[in-house]
Write a protein that binds this ligand. Sequence first.
Ligand code: PEP
Length: 253
Amino acid sequence: MRRKLIAGNWKMHGALTSNAQLLQSVLTGAGNLSAVEIAVCVPFPYLAQARSLLEGTNIAWGAQNLSEQPQGAFTGEVGAPMLNDFGCRYVIVGHSERRCFYGETDALIAEKFAAALANRISPILCVGETLEQRDSGQTIEVVSTQVNAVLERIGIAGFSGAVIAYEPVWAIGTGRTATSAQAQEVHASIRALLSKADSGIAGQLRILYGGSVKPSNASELFSMEDIDGGLIGGASLVAADFLAICQAAFSFR
Ligand code: PEP
């Protein structure tokens, strides 16, 4: 049985005062949802705040990116040991915004995934196709290539404790959501791909769906066999919406 995970991706949003209000509301509402794992991935400057407000609670925190390097002359970068210093349980790796806007390649993403693992931080590996790729029937091939890049670099053991988020690029921040059947098909294909290497690890792996998840579509998505929770962008910034999504996951615990 895989414990559902709802992870918020705040992206580049937040301010000390509004973060405190948001986290306080989420903490209050999440008190009796501990059968679901809840996490928030915040901008680097707010990791200290997240730790001070969330330590000892049932909500974990993490970052949205990391360097593939542990430390050194890499101006502007943040290494996994630094994330460890702030108690991060998770780090998002290979989000489509990083792939598209910052040119992150599969090879670099595999190195980032390895850096997180080396520091005992669970990577949340994002994969997903563009609309053009979906329309030309390439979805499974694109996603498999993205997963294989990490599998070939790290080996299947690296997926034990990691998380994959299937996020169709065309559904992120657009209000368009994949249907539960479209998402389930891709999730099942990812699990089948990894099962060829180790069915035990693949069976335990949590595969989240991300892309315009809202209170109104969360239950339908989370009811699917291979959808183990969600990576939530916009809706994670509104406590009531984020909690309603956590509640939807709780009903499929
Ligand atoms: C995301 O940023 O990972 C995401 C899924 O965003 P949204 O929920 O806003 O589509």
